[in-house]
Design a protein around this ligand. Structure first.
Ligand SMILES: Nc1ncnc2c1ncn2[C@@H]1O[C@H](COP(=O)(O)OP(=O)(O)OP(=O)(O)O)[C@@H](O)[C@H]1O
Ligand SMILES: [Mg+2]
Length: 390
């Protein structure tokens, strides 16, 4: 704490860690691999890379329910989360890291996990519900992954997957629509996380393969992963939101990526795609960079969702994308093409290609994903809204 009551976080790499030949930095912006102490007064003293490892809205609800406390310290959320969190970091109070987890939930457990998630969502005071009676069982629901939607981590076909559940109050079939949108993005040439639909107890669940874990003979190897929020050295506060920007993200990516040209072209395609399908929840935690070895690259795309809206004149993305701010509009998006290392002609061609692919394929992609006719009608207004072309 500072004299005026602000929390300060301190971090340093241990001497023995720095001596290792395989030592790596936690992130490529803030915590470079060197001796000495880092200090931050931002975000209650949490560095971005550590904040990325903390549970979000969903995980916090599970932890609060499991511990019976709603007034936990930030640090408690970090320590209470089980070790399935995104990225490579593990947390403990000793010099030795916590032992790697060997036993994971299986897809056969999904029905139980879904029931547990429903109970948490309904805030049912009756914890004695026979399907979800034990606190441990609630803890089974993968708590450490970020995001607001109910989810769990399961092992399936020798890989780890994030299972994203539906909610009873969903206005359309979210798992199938996300599946359809990931498929459509792929048809637009965007690299997306591998995913599939499964059905448990009559309800659909989206399984997204974790790209930050890789099966080896010794167990799951963890890859480092850092959100665009950390790369932008930003946070969720209203004042910081003004700095959220695809263009600044592109600048950082150019600096840290091993393949800047292709990663920036890919980021530009994702920006165009998000505008064309009204994925307006494209906040900087829904973009990440990944280091499978030493080098950082843009991660595959994840968490894509259309936002059907009545407004046809103007829609805004979550991050600035051109001279006209967050306006999801063709001219605005093309205004800063050079920051994505693209000339005007190539940027324009890439964007038009995405527009045409979405125009021709959004319905077939949704149909192939099993999205019903009624749901296709409900989400229709998200695609190719008028204001995009103004
Ligand atoms: N395939 C994946 N591999 C590894 N980590 C992932 C993957 N997909 C998502 N994540 C991580 O898990 C977090 C939550 O996932 P996701 O964004 O899909 O959930 P959500 O609850 O829909 O999020 P939101 O709160 O943005 O709606 C992401 O922010 C990201 O850090
Ligand atoms: Mg998300």
């Amino acid at each position: 704490m500072t004299p005026d009551g602000e929390s300060v976080g301190r971090f340093f790499y241990g001497r023995r860690y720095l001596e290792r030949s395989d030592a790596v930095e936690l992130d490529p912006v803030e915590l470079g691999l060197r001796r000495g102490q880092y200090e931050t007064a931002r975000m209650d003293g949490f560095f971005g890379a550590i904040r990325d490892s903390m549970p979000d809205y969903w995980g916090r609800r599970v932890i609060e329910r499991n511990t019976g406390h709603t007034q936990l310290e930030e640090f408690d959320y970090l320590m209470f989360g089980p070790d399935d969190r995104a990225g490579a970091l593990g947390f403990g109070l000793n010099v030795q890291p916590p032992p790697p987890k060997h036993c994971f939930n299986q897809t056969i457990d999904l029905e139980r996990l879904q029931a547990a998630a429903d109970t948490i969502l309904s805030d049912a005071p009756n914890i004695e519900d026979p399907t979800t009676s034990h606190a441990e069982e609630l803890m089974l629901v993968g708590t450490s992954m970020g995001g607001a939607q109910p989810k769990a981590v399961v092992e399936h076909e020798q890989n780890l997957w994030m299972a994203k559940f539906s909610r009873h109050d969903d206005r359309w079939n979210h798992p199938r629509v996300e599946h359809g949108l990931l498929k459509l993005a792929q048809k637009c040439g965007i690299s997306v996380a591998e995913n599939r639909i499964t059905n448990v107890g009559g309800r659909d669940v989206l399984l997204v393969r974790r790209f930050d874990r890789e099966r080896t003979e010794k167990g799951y190897q963890r890859h480092r992963m850092v959100s665009a929020l950390t790369l932008l050295q930003s946070d969720d506060s209203p004042t910081s939101r003004r700095d959220w920007s695809y263009i600044l993200f592109a600048d950082e990516l150019r600096r840290v990526s091993r393949k800047p040209e292709s990663d920036l072209r890919e980021l530009f395609a994702r920006l165009c795609f998000n505008a064309v399908v009204s994925n307006l929840d494209d906040h900087p935690r829904n973009h990440a960079i990944l280091a499978k070895g030493r080098d950082w690259r843009l991660s595959p795309a994840f968490d894509l969702a259309p936002t059907p809206m009545i407004a046809m004149e103007r829609r805004d993305l979550a991050m600035a994308c051109g001279n006209g701010g967050r306006y999801a509009n063709k001219k605005n998006i093309l205004s800063q093409h050079a920051r994505f290392l693209l000339n005007e002609e190539d940027a324009s061609a890439d964007l038009n290609n995405i527009v045409e692919t979405v125009r021709n394929l959004w319905r077939p992609a949704m149909r192939e994903s099993g999205v019903s006719k009624i749901d296709r009608k409900t989400i229709e207004s998200a695609f190719l809204y008028q204001g995009f072309f103004h």
